[in-house]
Structures are given as structure tokens and as C-alpha cells.
Design a protein around this ligand. Sequence first.
Ligand code: ADP
Length: 869
Amino acid sequence: MPAAKSSSAPSPMMEQFLSIKAEAGDDALLFFRMGDFFELFFDDAVRAAAALDIALTKRGQHEGREIPMCGVPAHSAEGYLARLIAKGFRVAIADQVESPAEARKRGSKSVVKREIVRVVTPGTLTEESLLDARSANYLAAYAEAAGEAALAWCDMSAGGFHTAPVTAAALPAELARLNPAELILREGTEIAGNWPLSPLPKPNFDSSRGEAALKARFEIGALDGLGDFTRAEIAAAGALLAYLEATQMAAVPRLRAPQRQLPGGFMRIDAATRGSLELSRTAKGTRAGSLTACLDATVTAPGARQLSADLAAPLTDATEIAARLDLVAAFHAGGEVRERLRTALKEVPDLERALGRIAAGRGHPRDLGLIRDGLTRADQIRAHLKRATLMGPPPMLADLLATIGPHGELTGLLHAALVPEPGMNANEGGFIAEGYDHTLDEHRSLAKDARRHIAALEAEYRAQTGVEKLRIKHNNVLGYFIEVAPKHADGMMAADSTFAHRQTLANAVRFNSEQLAGLATRIAQAQGQALALEAKHFADLNAAVLTHAESIEATASALARIDVSAALSELAAQRGWVRPAVDDSHAFTITRGRHPVVEAAMKSGQFVANDCALERDGFVWLVTGPNMAGKSTFLRQNALIAVMAQAGSFVPADAAHIGVIDRLFSRVGASDNLAEGRSTFMVEMVETAAILNQATDRSLVILDEVGRGTSTYDGLSIAWAVLEAVHDGLRARCLFASHYHELTALEPRLDALRLATVRVREWKGDLVFLHEVTEGAADKSYGLAVARLAGLPGDTTARAAEVLAALEDTRDATGGIAAGLTELPLFAAAEPRAEVKDALREKLADTRPDELSPRAALDLIYELKRLAD
Ligand code: ADP
């Protein structure tokens, strides 16, 4: 920065920098545009240089101190931004908003005008290089108003905008589902979880202000037309809009009008469950190895994002689920249609994000090309699917096809206007096709002619001067010039020479000539005019695309849904999955189920399929068996099958019948860890408490070795009590794995408890895992056999066997650690209420509604009320 070398008053540029920096605030780094670079100064420079591992230099002085500085080239700024955002920085971009020439017009000393044009934050990215193509990037806002709470969220890169009321209990699960890149909330609000937070001052959450902002943005007189929003939802949506305006300045992206998502529409899955089932990430944090990755056979990026969203939020409405399954089934049966469809889909670019960039004013000519190609393909796909004969045909497909195009008018325009492969940089021109605009063609051919003339001039000058190696060259500083070696320079500088000297370098001397200057001016003018024309066409074409934004979005989301269905049917065909029956019963019957991820990692045929039937008279299964037998795998596969089925996928089983699950819980007991034993056990208990507080009789609960993280007595007691609570209190379908054999003593006392075990066989002292789930309890724990298998030295296992024998003797004498438990009275099952319920039930069962007169119906209600009281 050319700040004053002697300290005293700051230079005008420094003054400008300081005022813009004050505006950007301390929590954002300021990228200050200077020519071809973005420069950072002071503390920003120190932090950025360390984060980016680039050179920190010094330039000039401010208040007697040298100014630290670093910079990145503007043309490669995106890559640096990506790294800074990934490290949790926010970056304010101050760009030059006028050219140096314009500044000079205001006076020779004027500083080029600069303004913050955007604040880059994790939730407001639209650039391809900064985003993961296969997952959504949500900006979310949380607000409380009128005693209620709500979330609003949008994916700026793709345009979707949603709100949902949310209770304190459901908030963590909702956030875990959305996995926001950035969460806006009121300053001072505490929220559980490790989300990147952007606190805003209170006035941003004012619901009347939010209402006004929503009305203005979506140009509507009243919000009722969009839905019956709560004050909290309006406050959250308003805060989100305010934040977009503050960070995106003029270029606030296009958003679709907010859609409400009502609680209950999705299977609720909390963060702990998502983690333990590895739905979208594995325990190590990678996508590879997760259920989503295993099921992702989509061929487009929007399809991949739709699949992630589907698996993150399985449906709870049996009719909606069936509609998705119908489509998968149709593609499953129509192999040829599917194959052609998938080949065509592969060629469809990411329409949503191209449109997102154009809407945010950050589009490239290439994005126009993507829209053109995407819509053209979409029209072809629609035609292909309209012609295809598909089983059903599924009503959902007809609805989807109706929202695709036609876009003949727009694609016609883009085909005519653009070259086949438009580039990334609008300023360089060259993206408008020949023949689209005659004036542009003329300017271009003028420039081309002049360039041809220059080539001829070179030959002419060589002949004239006799200098064989004379060259006419071009660079950005001098423009066109004539270059010769120094030994030929004297001749060219003779008094009568037509060449004017411009520059002497060590190994070259450069000249100009009137003729050359004339041609150069012609080229510059023609090019300038051509560029101006292209810029105008670029703006017009962007505007034309935006007038079709809604139907492009609809097309993109229809294609995404079709991609997901075709991909799931492809997997179903390859891996032998079946269509699940999903209804409103309490059934959970899986015949020969498999674990989709574990099976995919094995050679075909190696995975042992297992049945699971959580019937009303046996809805809790206690699964025992030694370590490594396959208990966890069995538990998880059933939970995953439920997620897949309700997300609308076929499932890895021979048959599946599932009554809609409202909430899914999965917990894995903390493994003993001396260093963090206490805290992990604490976490385990907190998570288990959440189940007991939130599960309903429509939920599915998976408990794997709960209580493992503490002493045997504690652990067994907790496992025992939890099992009773799930069985008697919640009456939720449940799979409970434990290595506490003592728990099997509960079987005669809990009528809907069934015992299952994963079979193993000891063979010549070795343990053989059969991975077969059968009725009954494990006959012993096989801990020593597993230890031997793991390579524990022979003398140690022999000694362990002696200890075990001694312990077992005492156990048999005293009744073991579970002694006395069988005398324990049952967990509070509300028996008197059960009687009332039965009287009511009997009365209702005897009623024939069709035969009741209105008078008799009224009497019946009185009677029922009396029974209930
Ligand atoms: P546990 O929970 O009983 O300790 P796991 O479920 O972790 O056992 O399974 C142990 C190993 O056995 C897994 O790594 C898996 O590869 C294998 N396995 C589990 N279930 C099956 C199955 N049904 N078929 C084939 N292999 C299985």
C-alpha cells in the first residue's frame, strides 16, 4: 500500500482502507482489491498469511509502525477463499467499483472508489469451487417469538427456502438433519451442538420487521397466501433475509417463496442416532462408508443432493412413501428405459447451481451454456419418458414430467447466442456466437483485418530495414511494438527513420511507427466495441434466463427426483432389494434382511441374511451373543432398512413390512475407556435419557450394549431398568443387544419380550461365528474363546479359565449377580388404567356406527365419557 512513508497523515488510499475496514468489522478479513491483487493489511494480513501459508511482507508505515501485508492474485482468489472459509474465517471483499480512468477524471490524485461488494461466509457460497457438488449448503436461522421457536433455512446456491416450527426437544434433531453450514441466531442465545454460529443483534429477529421483509421480497400483500406461519417462523425467515442483505449487498440471490415444513412429516432422527447409524458420515467423519454414500448411484449432482436430503429426512406419510416407491418400482421393472434415462441424465449439468450463480450476479458465460445444455437435455428426457411404457404408470412421474419445460424459446435463444463452450470470464469476451449480432461480427472482423495487416507490416519492415529478426509483438503495457536486437537499433534510430524509439532493454530495443499505431488503435477500438456489445448481450441473456427461473428450478428438481428414483431402482436390481410395504400398522417384519453397507463391502453371498419380527405380542427383542457375533450389525441393519423404506427406497431383504416409524433412536454403549470413561458414560446416559423422554409407541429404538460404560452391577441395573421402561412405558418397537445374560431373566416377566441370539459354534476349541440370529439366549458368553481368537497368550487364557471356574462356582451358590432380581416387583405398569381402557375398548368394539341413530350416538358418547371418568 503506497501509504505515506513519513508517518504523519495517512494517505487518501489508507484513509479509504481504514474506513472500509471499520465497516467490515473485526470478525471478517478484508480482501482489498488493488489492480490484479486482493491485498490484506495489518492483523488481517498476519492471520491470513498464517492460515494460507503465504509470504507476509511489509509496506509503508502507519502511526509509526510498519504495515504488515499479504496478497493473493484476483484471478485465483476463489481457491484462497475456499481455504479461509474452511478454516472458519469470514471474508469481506472490497472491490474497485470504478476504473482508474474514471477516477482520474475526478482529479489526478483521486483514489479509485472501492466498496464492500460481498461478505463471504460458509452459508452464503455459490461458487462451484467452494462447494461440494453432492451436498446441500444450508444457511439456517433460529428464532424465538411469542413463546415458540422456529428455524428458517435456505440453500443459496440452489434457491430453496423453508421454515419449520420447532420445539426445544426437537431442535437438536432438526439441526442434525439440516447440518447447516452456518447458523444465524440472536446474540446471547445458547444452543447445543457444534454449529458455526453467526450471532445477530436482536432487532433482526423482530417478527413484524420479518413480515415486512418477506412481503417486500416476494411481492405479496399478505403472508397467508404462502402458509400459516407462526411469529417465530416469520422472525427466523426475516433474520435470514436480513443476513443475506447484509452479506450479499446488491446481489441478494433469488430465493423461492418460503415453504413450511410441518413437524411430523419426517422421521425424527437425533444427532446421536445419525452418528451411530452412520447415515451421512461415518464415525471417522467421512462420507465414504456411510449409508448415503453406499446408496448413492445418482448420476447428477442435484440428484445426489436430493438423495442425501431424502435419507436425512425419511417420510412418515405412507401415501407419500408409496408414491416414491411406485416410481422406483416402475424404473425397476423397466430396465431398458432406466438405462437410457441414466445415460441421458449423466449429460445434464447442475442447473440449480448454475441458476444460483446467475441469480446472485456471479454467473459466468459458462453458466449460460450449462442452462442451455441442461434444458435441452431435460426436454429430450421428458420426451423419452413420455414415450416409454412404464409399469403403473406411476402418477408421480406424470406430475414430474408436467413440470419439465418445455423451454424451446429460451434454449433457442441460448443456442443462437452462445458459442458451443462459453468460457468462465465474461470480461474477455468471445462467448457470443458468430451470426448472432451483425454489428458485433463487424467489429470482430475489423479487429481481425487489422491483425492481418500487422502481420503483413512485419514482412514489409523486414524487407525495408534488412533486419531478418525484426518482430512485431504485443504486451499489456506497451501494446503493439516493433522489436529488434540492440545491434540493429542504430539504423532504426537514424534521423530520417520512420520508427520512433520506445524502450531499450538489455537484449532488445523497441519501436513504434505511425502505421502500426494506427492499426493498433483500430484494433483497440474494434475490440472495445465488441467487448461492450458482448457485455450487453451477457446481461440480456442473464435476464432472459432469470425470467424463466421458476420453471428452470422446477425442471431441475424434477430431474433430481427422477435421478434418485432411477438410481435406487438400479441398486435394487443390482443388489436384489425388494419393495417394502409401508403402512400405518405397528408391524416391523423383515424377512432375510441384510445390512446394506456391510453387505456391499463383502463378496456376494457372504453376508448371512436374518429375519426380524417385532410383532405386537413380541415387540422388544433382547439379542444376546458373544462379541463379534454380529449383534450390532443385526441391530443396525434393521434401523437402516427402516430409514431406506421410509425414504422411498427398496430394501435389502426378501420381504419387509413396516408400520410407519415416527422417531428412530439408536444408541451404542460407550466402550470402557479409562481416560474418558466417566464422560463417555455420562454422554451415554444423557442420550439414553432422551429416548425414554421422547420415544412413542410408533418409534423404533435400537439399544446396543447400553450400560457397558460402567461397572457390571451398575451397567446391568441400568440395562434392566431401560429394558423395562421401553417395554412397559414406551411400548416402542425395540432391539436391545447386550452381553448381560442376566437380562434373559426378564423374559417370563415382560410379555412382549422375545429372546434372540446370534449363533456361534465352538469347534476344536475355536469359535466359529455363524452370524445367524435365532430364537433363544446365548448359552454362555464365550468371552474366553473370543480372547483366544484375538491372540491373547495361551497361559493368560488358561489362567482366565481358572478364574472363571471359581467365579461360576460362587455364582451358582449365591444365584449370581442377578440374584434377587426375579423377586423385584414389576416396573410401574399402570394396571388400573388398563382396566378402564379395556372397558372403553369393549364398548367401542360392540358399537356399529352405521346402525346408530343420531340420538343413540349422543347417548353413546355420554356412556363412553362415564367409562373414561
Ligand atoms: P457384535 O456386535 O456382536 O460384537 P458385529 O455386529 O460388530 O458383532 O459383527 C462383527 C463382525 O462380523 C463384523 O465386522 C462383520 O463383518 C461380521 N458380520 C456381522 N454380521 C454378519 C452377517 N450377518 N453376515 C456376515 N458377516 C457378518
